[in-house]
Design a protein around this ligand. Structure first.
Ligand SMILES: CC(C)(COP(=O)(O)OP(=O)(O)OC[C@H]1O[C@@H](n2cnc3c(N)ncnc32)[C@H](O)[C@@H]1O)[C@@H](O)C(=O)NCCC(=O)NCCS
Ligand SMILES: Nc1ncnc2c1ncn2[C@@H]1O[C@H](COP(=O)(O)OP(=O)(O)OP(=O)(O)O)[C@@H](O)[C@H]1O
Length: 457
């Protein structure tokens, strides 16, 4: 789709809202450039990005620092671009800044725009990863660091003067390149990260390097408060939360045979993540059929079946009492040992899967949900059009398991560690829910997912 170009001159600067609204109907990317009559102040840049978040949140708005127009564009509004004289605010050869930059938003863009505006040669950006992101809310949904680095680089070089280079690198402490590269001249931060800049300068002085000029931008804040996060700031956490219950990646094309047979989705999640709660809700509220593979697995332990003898061979004859598997004894062996759990799964899964597939064939429901904790471990997700995963942060899992199963923290941790991580499940899923907040919030996420699902099938 051709990007839009909005030229802000004295005539149309007051009609910004109208033009942003219009842009949202015709393009996904909007460049904005200024004519000489409108000064490119911090205030106006912030105002444009803030209004864009309200009026056209889905449009990738980019205020141009460079004078050249995009190669191809569709003019929004009737003002034509005029030649600009060189910018007076350029002062520094090399500037530095840092951040996580997940789901690059308009607050980040204000910071990056400042960087492109005041540097003549190079913008160096440290992008957080690993320990630097693991305490953030819904960190499991943070985009891969390589993707975030590429997004910020591309943005800065796209809006900046020709020849401006942006170098990015992953950081695992709050300093990164800022205390390593001697000839940096300025650091750009927002009001909330000034203290980080002060720490950088203290360390540079300790290391015998020059002090950086600290350039501060104001926070871009919405008028509406996010009640769960209790903040007004445009933030990545808020965007991650908005993605719960939304389609995160394309569904697989799994042909249905016959065509009117049920649409089958997987529902998985770690121990005590809220799978059963969601499964029950999908049955009661939305009329889906849910096949609980945990329950189905119990019916596989029928006396005299080949599975029973295989279990006795693998885990010891004492696990089988009077021809029946003692599930408590078996649980004690497998729940805290990932390798044993895998061995058991490999024995039981094919049997469960066969039974589940028979149930799907018989079902009259429009949508059948395969609820299975170990769906991804078993590789079953690859044969399903889509997988929905529910998760809670690890510490919440520990609390839930201790309370529910009346076991010690150590036992709860062992059970959790025997499973794959939330992140691994999430990366294999099309839709993700988080059940850390109220039941109502969980259900809202599910309702959003169901609504979109019913539209696409
Ligand atoms: C430790 C750091 C890098 C971690 O980044 P953080 O996880 O907070 O990144 P995040 O993606 O949330 O934000 C990135 C930057 O954008 C700013 N920002 C975020 N939201 C907004 C907003 N709505 N409006 C304006 N600015 C915003 C942040 O204040 C931050 O400066 C950072 O917080 C920090 O302390 N920076 C100062 C020191 C520094 O830059 N060090 C590294 C240099 S390589
Ligand atoms: N907002 C919420 N949404 C869903 N479950 C929640 C929520 N808050 C707390 N819980 C609790 O989490 C616990 C686990 O829920 P549930 O039994 O549905 O999980 P599960 O994933 O099916 O667990 P398992 O597979 O270990 O049996 C329950 O005690 C439930 O009450």
């Amino acid at each position: 789709m051709t990007p839009g170009l909005l030229v802000l001159g004295a005539k149309n600067v007051d009609k910004l809202k109208k033009f942003l609204t219009e842009a949202a109907t015709v393009t996904k990317k909007l460049y904005i450039r200024f004519n000489p009559s409108v000064p490119k102040t911090d205030d106006i840049i912030s105002k444009i990005y803030l209004q864009s978040s309200v009026v056209c949140p889905k449009v990738d708005v980019r205020i141009l620092i460079r004078n050249e127009n995009p190669q191809d564009y569709r003019l929004i509004g009737d003002e034509k671009p005029q030649e600009m004289s060189g910018e007076s605010s350029k002062k520094f050869k090399k500037v530095v800044l840092g951040g996580t930059f997940d789901r690059l938003h308009n607050g980040h863009k204000v910071l990056l725009t400042k960087a492109a505006q005041i540097s003549t040669e190079q913008v160096v950006i440290g992008v957080t990863e690993k320990n630097m992101i693991e305490k953030k809310s819904l960190f499991e949904l943070i985009e891969p660091v390589s993707y975030r680095m590429e997004k910020v680089r591309e943005f800065v070089e796209d809006i900046g003067e020709k020849g401006l280079k942006c170098l990015t690198e992953p950081i695992i402490d709050p300093f990164g390149p800022s205390t390593r590269i001697a000839d940096l001249e300025a650091i750009i931060v927002s009001r909330e990260t000034i203290r980080g800049a002060d720490a950088v300068n203290r360390k540079r002085i300790e290391n015998g390097m020059s002090e950086l000029e600290v350039v501060v931008i104001e926070l871009v804040e919405m008028s509406k408060i996010d009640e769960i996060l209790n903040e007004t700031k445009i933030s990545s956490s808020c965007r991650r939360r908005a993605d719960l219950g939304e389609l995160l990646r394309p569904v697989r094309d799994i042909p249905r045979n016959p065509a009117n047979s049920p649409y089958v989705i997987g529902l998985c999640g770690g121990i005590a993540s809220g799978k059963s709660h969601i499964g029950k809700y999908l049955v009661e509220k939305h009329g889906f059929e849910v096949i609980d593979c945990d329950k189905l697995a119990h019916t596989c332990y029928e006396p005299g079946t080949p599975l029973i003898s295989k279990i006795a061979e693998t885990f010891g004859a004492e696990i089988v009492e009077n021809g029946q598997v003692n599930r408590k004894k078996l649980g004690a062996i497998v729940f805290s040992d990932a390798a044993k759990l895998r061995e058991l799964s490999e024995l039981v899964w094919p049997v469960v899967r066969e039974k589940a597939e028979e149930l799907v064939k018989k079902s009259k429901a429009k949508v059948v949900v395969i609820e299975a904790a170990a769906l991804v471990e078993a590789g079953w997700h690859k044969n399903l059009a889509e997988v929905w995963t529910v998760f809670v942060p690890q510490e919440e899992t520990i609390q839930r398991v201790m309370n529910r199963d009346k076991i010690s923290e150590e036992q709860a941790r062992a059970r959790m560690s025997a499973q794959i991580s939330n992140k691994e499940r999430i990366d294999a899923s099309q839709i993700v829910f988080c059940s850390i907040w109220s039941y109502e919030t969980t259900r809202e996420q599910v309702d959003r997912a169901v609504k979109a699902l019913l539209k696409r099938i």
